[in-house]
Design a binder for this molecule. Structure first.
Ligand SMILES: Nc1ncnc2c1ncn2[C@@H]1O[C@H](COP(=O)(O)OP(=O)(O)OP(=O)(O)O)[C@@H](O)[C@H]1O
Ligand code: SF4
Ligand SMILES: [Mg+2]
Length: 339
């Protein structure tokens, strides 16, 4: 039997901790465990969608993959190469392989540069094409690819709308012919119809160029539409992941269920039933604020199905029928009877 190809991205047991100094000199440093025990894989040419509430660690996972921060522990392999130990001299090749699109295009765009320079700069840096007619022609072709006229070569970013600016950021990312795009809420700052246009553009790029995506978003409808596999984060843990249709139709983790309950749907009867269920879940969420959880399941203070075992033991990753994993004792054999 022929073994399946290795995934394009393989993340194993990723941990990221931020240390901030105490607010006063005599106070101890604070450690934020932003990402804990996170493992997942992304097959080449597919989209892995990462969802979860604000502060759950999604951007931190993205930044670790982009090597914008150093994890405390764990392994990240991209195209068979370990990313966490890349040296400075390896970085230009890696930056070319994996590009990022952020919510704020100004993160990648220098507002003082004309679009020809914003995009052309990458062609010079990575492909040694000097400023001039040939480079302008390449930039113009990239602009057309992202749905902008070549006239935009001579515009400044501040002259563009939000959607146009994001298109320029995408053209810039494409300039290096990346194999992977890490998109961290690339449309969150845009209006509804512009959002769908940018999403469609990104999905066209996937279809035409076989680019692999890590995609972070809050719009669960949109995430369902674009993701092959979806991962759900809660307080730094990946609490569930699996094929998108399975996760959306049969969410296995109580948090995923709660998250999906909140998605508005057109049918008023289903909507009403969901609202009632959501109220029940919210009543179970009796703890105000976000207390520090030092042991057990991170969802224990909000979970309507919490058991004694949840208070002291973090559930392991258990395979879900239909695909993927869940970290919940309800899915762990015998956990419901354990103390
Ligand atoms: N540079 C930093 N220093 C200290 N703490 C940080 C830093 N960056 C993130 N954090 C903390 O790490 C946790 C995860 O943050 P992260 O930005 O990854 O969440 P997120 O899921 O992307 O949230 P959002 O949906 O709001 O973008 C949060 O508690 C956040 O406050
Ligand atoms: S492990 Fe326990 S507390 Fe956590 S989600 Fe499952 S049932 Fe709820
Ligand atoms: Mg974020």
């Amino acid at each position: 039997m022929i073994a399946p190809p290795p995934p394009f991205v393989q993340v194993d047991d990723l941990h990221v901790t931020f240390t901030s100094p105490g607010r006063r000199p005599w106070q101890p440093a604070r450690h934020v465990h932003a990402v804990r025990e996170v493992s997942f894989a992304i097959a080449a040419g597919t989209t892995f969608g990462l969802v979860g509430e604000s502060g759950s660690g999604k951007s931190t996972v993205a930044r670790a993959i982009l090597r914008l921060l150093q994890p405390a522990r764990g392994s990240i392999q991209v195209a068979g190469r370990e990313v966490t130990t890349l040296k400075g001299r390896d970085m230009p090749a890696y930056r070319r392989q994996v590009q990022a699109i952020f919510q704020d295009p100004y993160a990648a765009i220098n507002p003082a540069h004309l679009v020809r320079e914003v995009v052309g700069e990458l062609l010079t840096r990575h492909q040694r094409i000097r400023p001039g007619r040939e480079r302008d022609a390449r930039v113009a072709a990239l602009l057309v690819q992202v749905g902008l006229s070549p006239d935009y070569l001579d515009r400044f970013p501040y002259e563009l709308s939000g959607g146009q600016r994001q298109r320029v950021a995408i053209a810039r990312a494409l300039a290096v012919e990346p194999e992977m795009l890490v998109c961290d809420e690339p449309t969150s700052a845009l209006d509804g119809s512009i959002q769908s246009q940018v999403i469609n553009l990104l999905m066209d790029i996937r279809a035409q160029q076989g680019v692999t995506y890590l995609f972070i978003g809050h719009n669960l409808h949109m995430m369902r539409h674009i993701s092959d596999v979806v991962g759900v984060m809660y307080r730094g843990y990946l609490v569930e992941s699996g094929p998108t249709q399975r996760v959306y139709r049969q969410p296995a983790h109580p948090y995923t269920q709660m998250l999906l309950e909140a998605v508005p749907i057109p049918d008023p009867h289903v909507q009403k039933a969901r609202a009632a269920r959501r109220r029940t879940l919210e009543q179970a969420d009796g703890v105000a604020g976000e207390p520090e959880i030092t042991a057990g399941c991170p969802f224990q203070t909000r979970c309507p199905a919490v058991m004694a075992v949840c208070r002291h033991t973090m559930p392991p990753a258990t395979t879900v029928p239909g695909g993927g994993i869940v970290r919940c004792h309800l899915a762990t054999p015998d956990a419901t009877t354990a103390g």
